[in-house]
Design a protein around this ligand. Structure first.
Ligand code: GUN
Length: 290
């Protein structure tokens, strides 16, 4: 069994980006600049956005954190997005999700200029992903593909079972794994909360990608011997004995499942760090395409 070390691979990617940025700067080119918009005070979202901004400094990017109050109106948020769209200094930006309930997420995502949409959430970019066109691939699925590629995991003709149909992970990774190429060329089954007898599918899977958000959902008796296991779950589970009062827990019962798997991502240290590295990669692409 091999552990897919997302922490190491993401550091490799960050090192590669650092070198490219240093070269760009040496040539007098503009430094890539990412902005992150966060609305409200959700602890997990603040942590993620903080990591994204810190990662920019690590590779030599400029970054701007736009922190807006929970009570902001949709109109005010849309005005902020418009100003980021028009700001020539900003190469790419993200709006951290989820947004407060009084704001229409779809309307907000539609307002982002597709050329600056480094999350790849705009329908134009999502459509391009499905059509094999140049786009921004959402960072988490992009990170999974990059892990599979760098570990040279064979996906061609394999049965990939995705758990969860979210717009951010499940839906796009199901498309990416079925696209032509390596990694890709998989036969994909997309399962979700309404799937009957889900374990019947996962037991047949060569590759399981779980993006459900239910801690320790996938047990050893639900996977086949030698399967590749990608765990996208990052749920905070209360644990009074932990320094922060919680532990980050994946969808996969790691102790049991790892014994049967050929490759497996840990949580933390698997897909999570890859997401941030690929957001940086998309920001670099935005700058290079501008
Ligand atoms: N919320 C959870 N994952 C993501 C992500 O990748 N991007 C944004 N903007 N919000 C998220």
């Amino acid at each position: 069994m091999t552990i897919l070390d997302g922490k190491k691979i993401s550091n490799d990617i960050k090192d590669e980006i650092t070198q490219v940025v240093a070269q760009m700067k040496a040539e007098g080119q503009k430094t890539p600049h990412l902005a992150a918009v966060i609305v409200g005070e959700d602890g997990a979202s603040l942590t993620y956005v903080g990591s994204k901004v810190r990662a920019c400094a690590r590779v030599g990017f400029e970054s701007t954190l736009v922190q807006l109050p929970e009570q902001i109106t949709e109109e005010e948020l849309l005005a902020k997005i418009d100003s980021l769209n028009k700001d020539p200094e900003i190469d790419g930006f993200i709006v951290q999700l989820p947004l407060p309930r009084h704001i229409d997420t779809q309307k907000v995502l539609l307002a982002v200029d597709p050329k600056k949409d480094v999350d790849g959430f705009h329908p134009e970019n999502f459509g391009k992903l499905a059509l094999d066109m140049e786009t921004f691939i959402p960072a988490t699925p992009f990170g999974i593909m990059e892990l599979l590629r760098r570990y040279d995991i064979d996906t061609v003709g394999k049965h990939t079972v995705v758990i969860g149909r979210s717009h951010i992970v499940g839906r796009p990774i199901s498309i990416l794994m079925s696209r032509k190429g390596k990694p890709g060329d998989s036969t994909v089954t997309l399962t979700h909360s309404r799937t009957k007898d889900l374990a019947n599918y996962t037991r047949e899977a060569d590759i399981v990608i779980s993006a459900l958000g239910v801690p320790n959902f996938l047990k050893a008796d639900m996977v086949k011997q030698g399967a590749v296991i990608i765990d996208v779950g990052i749920t905070r589970v209360t644990d009074e004995s932990a320094p922060k009062g919680y532990v980050i827990t994946g969808d996969v019962d790691f102790a049991g499942v790892s014994e049967k798997s050929s490759f497996i991502t840990p949580v933390p240290g698997g897909v999570g760090p890859m997401t941030i590295a690929m957001l940086l990669q998309n920001t670099l692409l935005a700058r290079q395409r501008a």
